[in-house]
Design a binder for this molecule. Structure first.
Ligand code: SF4
Ligand code: SF4
Length: 276
């Protein structure tokens, strides 16, 4: 039976933890994906990656999201974004841990997932996937749609948001699915990728998004890591989707103060990491 009291308490606790995005996905959304979902995949998530396969008590996946501020990612690749990326990941791990324990203490066993479930970028070069996808969990929790860059785009932050997940035995009211595909197909991500890892839009294909070249992307990240300015982040910073552009007046800055911005970005990139 669904507990509305518990759900209210989870929402309130998330607000206390300053969690910006929150969604609830029942596990049957992995098993029977709705035809209303905005993207059509050539291959669906294999059963061993489903939450109910990893944690048999799981009834609902709770997805939390924290934003990556646009003015900081504008400097990427840089030490500034490198440090922020680590901070957001740590916060997501802590918030998910706290929320899972909070729900367990209410009588519903729950566990948090790791934000980044891989030991090193070298592991991703050989096997570029992890045991659970937070992007797909966020998609099934109604938080957004996939973009051409294979990242989840949200109405609030476009792709500039990172997710973590909690598996809970509680049955909770699902968040309505995002049925609108919010990728504009502007292809800015395709054109900006330094290693051409993002495929061009193939309109003859009925499936979207196409798979990106994860190995090339991981190789790029490995090189940047050696220079202390990973991850790359370029396909995320150029994406026009997201209300954060309005909140930061960012398009105005890009248009009217381009020279000033370039000087600021060059300055940030000149210290604390290897220079290009
Ligand atoms: S993160 Fe960088 S290398 Fe990877 S797909 Fe995006 S732009 Fe390309
Ligand atoms: S940059 Fe354009 S094509 Fe790429 S994900 Fe964003 S909206 Fe879609």
């Amino acid at each position: 039976m669904k507990s509305t009291t518990l759900q209210r308490e989870i929402i309130q606790k998330s607000e206390e933890l300053n969690i910006s995005l929150l969604g609830f996905a029942p596990v049957d959304r992995w098993e029977k994906p709705s035809s209303k979902l905005p993207n059509q995949f050539e291959e669906w998530i294999p059963p061993e990656f489903w939450p109910q396969s990893i944690y048999p008590h799981c009834k609902t996946v709770i997805v939390i999201g924290l934003p990556v501020p646009l003015p900081i990612i504008e400097t990427a690749p840089s030490i500034y974004y490198h440090e922020l990326y680590k901070t957001v990941n740590i916060l997501l791990d802590i918030r998910a841990y706290e929320l899972a324990n909070f729900i367990t203490d209410k009588g519903y066993p729950s566990i948090s997932l790791p934000r980044d479930g891989y030991g090193d970028i070298d592991i991703l070069l050989n096997n570029p996937i992890t045991f659970f996808s937070h992007r797909h969990a966020a998609y099934l929790a109604g938080l957004g749609s996939f973009g051409q860059n294979n990242v989840l785009l949200t109405p609030e932050y476009g792709p500039r948001v990172r997710f973590n997940s909690i598996f809970t035995s509680a049955e909770l009211e699902p968040t309505p699915l995002q049925s609108r595909d919010i990728c504009t197909r502007c292809l800015k991500c395709v054109e900006s990728c330094p290693v051409k890892a993002i495929p061009l839009l193939d309109k003859s294909k009925e499936f979207f998004p196409d798979l990106i070249d994860k190995k090339s992307c991981a190789l790029c990240s490995k090189e940047l890591r050696e220079e202390h300015r990973s991850p790359c982040g370029i396909c995320i910073k150029v994406c026009p989707v997201g209300k954060d552009r309005v909140n930061y007046n960012w398009d105005d800055i890009l248009t009217n103060r381009r020279e000033k911005l370039k000087k600021a970005v060059d300055h940030v990139r000149s210290y604390g990491s290897k220079i290009e």
